[in-house]
Design a protein around this ligand. Sequence first.
Ligand code: G1P
Ligand code: ZN
Length: 550
Amino acid sequence: MTDLADAPVRQVTLDRPFEDQKPGTSGLRKSSQQFQTPHYLESFIEASLRVVPGITGGTIVVGGDGRYGNRRAIDVIARMAAAHGVAKLITTTGGILSTPAASNLIRSHAAACGVILSASHNPGGPDGDFGVKINGANGGPAPESVTDAIYAATRQLDGYRFLEAEALSLDSPGSFRIGSMQVEVLDGVDAYAELMQTLFDFDAIAALLRGNFRLAFDAMHAVTGPYAKRIFEQLLGAPAGTVRNGLPLEDFGGGHPDPNLTYAHDLAELLLQGDLYDFGAACDGDGDRNMILGRRCFVNPSDSLAVLTAQATLAPGYAAGLAGVARSMPTSAAVDVVARELGIPCFETPTGWKFFGNLLDAGRITLCGEESFGTGSNHIREKDGLWAVLFWLNILAVRGCSVAEIMTEHWGRFGRHYYSRHDYEAIASEAAHGLYDRVKSMQPTLVGQAFAGRTIATADDFAYSDPVDGSLTSGQGLRLLLDDGSRVVLRLSGTGTQGATLRVYLESYVPPSGDLHQDPQVALAEMITAIDALAEIRTRTGMERPTVIT
Ligand code: G1P
Ligand code: ZN
């Protein structure tokens, strides 16, 4: 590697600041084209480097999910970090770094922050999306105080500085300097694989995978390919080919790297229609989401969190039990029932991982999850797709039964929360906001009204008071709570990049004595019709059916 120690500092003056760099729940997420706009990426990075505490003389971790723009962004960030007096920049071979592995590196290297390059499950490529997420020293998404300050800084920015240096060579691990900054290129998988070995019984899982048990893992041509190959095929001895679509591609092979029944359709069909495989799983673009499938059995993410909570002590990393659990508000209350039985606290937070961070840092919870295929624990401060897959495999290895048997047993003990999320994607912004604002304004009059053969007991807009720092977060979703414990929630997505996305969350509880084996769409049919009538979803969006049903 060329020694870049003498690289000169350059200064660029901006004619005017960018106005549209407000980070959402998952960082700054825009089209790849937008990020190609001259100075656009640089502006956001400059603002971040000025605002995040501990940058000068500190360590930062940089890497991404391999999508189009990843390598260029790493070069830009390295040059700018060097000009800002960062002492050490840690990145990975090929710049490939999953979000959970980044969280782990930030924590284990006591970094001031991480810069994660990803638009998560959004499509990639020149016509797809790109994103930059700033994580704090705890390894989790930066708190709102920091992202607000970054946004404010972008709006006043008059320029940025960088060290003029050639493109980094990230082909293999090594170390070199840019100016006085040390760049360390690590193998992105090593530390993560080691961490997983401390949490799960790799011997038991290896015995399972070397037997008749057939696993299919779909990396969706995104970041988890190299991680999954190392862990499942090399360390655990699953047959070659267990990991499908394992090569990270800049455009994810043209796919939509979101592990759900719609976008991970091939895998879903393999498990739900066929009998060749016992277990199927997929992760999203940046590796923090997971989908779990058994033979002819889909595990709803809300149920997955409940099962992991109920069976946690079977995994060595959780053998001592759980301090508590948390779920996002739209996630079903399946985990609440388990927590009650275990006698541990259960918190209900707004959507987005950062709300779990405070609870994890304070030691109030051990596991947490969201209905959107995100599950995680106190091992890092992000959700973790492969971690969830390994947790399930650990449970199955110890229990020696199938996924379907685990689910039947779980519902038979705790009852079942029939659950579904209907997404209406990329609808006109005015239509979405019109619909939402109308239901919101109707809320006070809804209480006591009939709804799907039940009565609306409460209608509110979810607000959360953080039990750790006392901060209040409001406007988190319109809830209709029915008198039998069922509910419907309406929310507008904070992560979409085209138009608006309306999410409708439906949930209905059946006790252990009830009918536990219905199709959720059938079990929820009356509520689906009722919310459409109330919110005028079809007429106002012009869509006959949701884009994605989970
Ligand atoms: C979506 C999910 C949410 C998750 C977020 C980031 O956000 O619904 O649970 O935390 O992606 O992965 P939304 O688009 O609903 O705002
Ligand atoms: Zn993701």
